[in-house]
Design a protein around this ligand. Structure first.
Ligand SMILES: [Zn+2]
Length: 837
């Protein structure tokens, strides 16, 4: 449930042999397709217009099937690609011939010569009437003798979807030779089931390369200091993401790739955080500026560029008191659209200075008390704006406006683009693709009430306003109105949901102190008011407890902030919410006393990797004293506190490569009744021995579960025992030795929460169905990965997945996780509909 689990779970995102479920919408569509096919034509949904801006990689203009198949070669047994048509445009038809074949994937190669140095992503449109025979998709780009690769998802639907693969998200395989030398594209659909299906692919293009704006990441400084890599990447990414949020495309270059040629034709260069700028880059930038190019520079202005842009570089200045640099407000000057106040908590600035007659201060720093500091925040000349600190992502909405004002100052079309983008975005959320579509379908939802209709009406009139502002070129006003449309429509969608009778509605809460800024009482009341009835607060780890413990080291904060289990449990009793205290097992935690860590290491109680590396924070599960520590800690909670239950997490090994410590060897040898000559390789090279080894690992984990379960129930027959588990029992029982199907069969657990953190509803549904079978009579409350999705707080997807749990009569769900933004933006929207009382 925490980040480690989340990453681990990613490996299980696309298990082989997955069966995707067809929704009723798809079945209807399939019927139509089959009729059309029998008439000899393919019924494809309308292909949306190209959004523009990208560079086409291939237009599929082939004169014959043979020439197409020469360009798009099918690999090892895959059926050949053919051309199809949609709305007069040529598209690629890719058959996946899994029926009656042994191919592990359907795969096509396209040889090309791409320079993606300045591109940000590659994008295409994809349609498939049925992706259930495919377990997962991979997109590859070959460069030299290596590849860049990324998985992609296509939820089966009745419409085309746009797949965007960001360069940032691609992993290297082998040793790729850089983004300038992409010579092959490969698309692979991996076998899931032995049935055939077809993919249709259109508009294959690279994004960003030809954009007017280029962000130059300051990688040169990393050569001097490795620690710089993180802030340099982070501040460049923040600027890039904000541009994306208002629909402005941009090119992205490492400073190592900057040449005059690559800056040619660009209008604006952004330096997000470039502590070291090499002479070559400076020469290219001088050339760029001398030819009319504009510059937006954060923090340090390179000295050599000062005279060209009419701004002095200035000097470093630390804050002289905390909160000195708290917000930016516009002063005189003519940079249009600067927000009245932009929050930014900066700790220092690089104090650039205006040059008389050439530049002026257009924004000033204000401190945390709202007093002007007299220090410059923004300085503008005719070809450059300098912001005296890096661009931080606090106060995101005003930050977007600030960045738009700065880019729009040099490229006025940005305003039009941003306004159009906001209006287009306003109504594309959840299952809807236009505001008309949203309005029509929301008003037909079973929970639609007069309040919902009021919201839809006000969304409609706000949208009219936004469009009027746009045509009158009042771009900022158009964006503001469009933003409100989106909020109204989402609220309407949420308010039209129906609640269910009795079900367990739980939240994990990762912090032992609950929600920042709320007491436990207020945090639990908020849940109860909005129809949630259970919480799993993370109160203890392998090596730390957030209550006065006689078993584990107590966290020092307990002294000042009090016993957190007591506070949470009292609030839960008051508001009728079940409190299931969440224990992270084996992992001692990030805040554990270093003395305790050392003691465990000194006594050979920590895990050792197959390769011999010691894992200092993980307790070895086969060590009898570690098992006792885990059991005693959980029993202590059950004995001392009036709580509804105790909840296992990390009740597993970190992975297949653990644990190979000395103790594991001797304990395994004892269980086996003989010595192992080749440790640890023999355990992997001998099939029969491997099975025994896996049984040994499972038994260590299961022993703790069964002991806690029976002893806690002896103390308190009403206590509920539950566990957060990996989603795919079939493979996870070996990989991480987590045998939760057995724990259900033996009734060690009262309910189980598989961490089904996937943004794909189809995949979520598929997992839930299989898990219900594995758990038998024990209830499964699937874990929904709300906070792990890229658009955090995606309440519409949360609703979709809750509805899936209801469709399969799971009797409940568990949301990851209860934090400040979820408390503010998600929980109340659930309370007006899906979890309403
Ligand atoms: Zn061990």
């Amino acid at each position: 449930m925490n980040t480690v689990d989340k990453c681990d779970t990613m490996e299980n995102l696309y298990p082989l042999g997955i069966v995707m479920i067809k929704s009723s919408r798809i079945s209807v569509f399939l019927a139509v397709t089959m009729i059309a096919a029998s008439l000899g034509a393919e019924a494809l949904p309308p292909l949306p217009d190209r959004s523009g801006g990208g560079e086409m990689v291939d237009r599929f203009e082939y004169s014959s099937a043979a020439s197409l198949q020469k360009a798009w070669r099918s690999v090892s047994g895959t059926s050949p690609a053919t051309i199809s048509f949609s709305g007069g445009r040529k598209i690629l038809r890719l058959p996946c011939n899994f029926r009656g074949t042994e191919i592990s994937r359907a795969c096509w190669d396209f040889d090309t010569a791409l320079d993606m140095t300045a591109s940000t992503a590659i994008q295409f449109k994809l349609f498939s009437p049925d992706t259930s025979p495919v377990s997962h998709f991979t997109f590859y780009l070959r460069s030299g003798s290596g590849w860049y690769a990324a998985p992609f998802d296509h939820s089966p639907g009745s419409a085309w979807s746009t797949v965007t693969i960001e360069k940032d998200s691609m992993e290297s395989e082998g040793a790729p030779a850089g983004w300038s030398r992409i010579d092959r594209i490969r698309i692979a659909a991996w076998r899931g089931e032995s049935r055939d299906t077809t993919l249709y692919l259109a508009d294959l293009e690279t994004l960003g390369g030809k954009a007017d704006i280029v962000i130059i990441r300051g990688d040169a400084a990393v050569g001097h200091d490795k620690k710089m890599a993180k802030p340099i990447a982070q501040f460049a990414r923040t600027v890039a993401q904000q541009l994306k949020h208002f629909g402005i495309s941009h090119a992205f270059l490492s400073d190592q790739d900057v040449t005059r040629e690559r800056l040619k034709g660009k209008k604006l260069v952004i330096l997000p955080y470039n502590p070291t700028v090499t002479d070559d880059v400076l020469s290219a930038l001088e050339h760029f500026i001398n030819n009319g190019g504009k510059l937006l520079c954060f923090y340090m202005l390179p000295e050599r560029l000062g005279p060209l842009v009419g701004i002095r570089r200035g000097t470093h200045m630390k804050q002289s008191y905390p909160g000195q640099f708290a917000s930016i407000r516009p002063t005189k000057g003519n940079v249009l659209g600067l927000p009245v106040l932009t929050g930014q908590s900066s700790w220092n600035i690089y104090k650039a200075q205006p040059v008389e007659g050439k530049s002026s201060v257009v924004g000033e720093w204000y401190d945390v008390n709202g007093e002007a500091t007299g220090e410059p925040a923004l300085i503008a000349s005719k070809n450059c704006i300098v912001m005296t600190h890096v661009f931080i992502d606090d106060d995101p909405l005003n930050k977007q406006d600030l960045l738009l004002a700065m880019t729009g100052n040099f490229i006025p079309e940005c305003w039009l683009q941003a306004a159009k983008y906001s209006i287009a975005e306003a109504s594309t959320f959840g299952p809807y693709d236009s505001s008309e579509d949203a309005s029509a379908r929301i008003s037909k939802l079973p929970g639609c009430r007069s309040h919902t209709r009021d919201l839809l009406n006000s969304a409609r009139s706000l949208l009219d306003q936004a469009r009027k502002h746009l045509s009158a070129e009042r771009f900022a006003e158009a964006r503001t109105a469009a933003g409100k449309v989106r909020l109204k429509l989402i609220e309407a969608h949420c308010s039209a949901q129906s609640s269910a009778g009795s079900e367990t509605r739980a939240f994990w809460c990762h912090s032992a102190f609950g929600i920042d800024g709320l007491s436990w009482d207020a945090a639990i009341k908020l849940l109860a008011d909005n129809g949630f009835n259970a919480i799993m607060p993370n109160m203890l780890w392998g090596g730390v407890a957030y209550y006065p413990s006689e078993v584990l080291p107590t966290a020092p904060e307990v002294e000042t902030r009090g016993d957190q289990v007591a506070a949470c449990a009292a609030a839960c009793r008051k508001y009728g919410v079940e409190c299931h205290v969440w224990k992270v097992n084996w992992n001692m935690g990030w805040k554990t006393d270093p003395q305790f860590l050392k003691k465990m290491a000194d006594h050979d109680r920590v895990q050792v990797h197959f390769n011999g590396t010691v894992s200092e924070r993980w307790l070895c599960p086969s060590h009898p004293q570690n098992q006792k520590l885990e059991i005693d800690a959980m029993l202590e909670v059950a004995r001392k506190y009036d709580v509804a239950g105790i909840h296992f997490d990390y009740i597993r090994y970190p992975g297949n490569d653990y644990c190979f410590c000395k103790g594991c060897r001797s304990r395994f040898e004892k269980a086996l009744g003989r010595k192992i000559a080749e440790w640890p390789s023999e355990v992997r090279n001998d099939g029969a021995l491997t099975t025994k080894w896996q049984d040994f690992r499972r038994s260590n984990i299961t022993r703790v579960v069964s002991s806690v379960s029976s002893l806690a129930r002896q103390q308190n027959p009403d206590i509920k025992i539950s566990a957060a588990v990996f989603p795919n029992w079939q493979t996870d029982r070996d990989n991480v030795a987590q045998d939760w199907k057995l724990w259900c069969e033996k009734r060690y657990l009262d309910f189980v929460c598989p961490m089904d953190y996937t943004p794909s509803n189809a995949q979520f549904e598929n997992r839930v169905k299989r898990q219900k079978e594995w758990a038998g009579k024990v209830p499964v409350y699937p874990g929904i990965g709300l906070s792990t999705w890229s658009r955090a707080g995606n309440v519409c997807k949360l609703i979709d997945q809750i509805l899936i749990t209801r469709r399969h009569r799971m009797g409940g769900f568990t949301v990851f996780e209860y934090g400040a933004s979820e408390a503010q933006a998600v929980v109340p929207l659930c309370g007006i509909g899906i979890t309403g009382r």
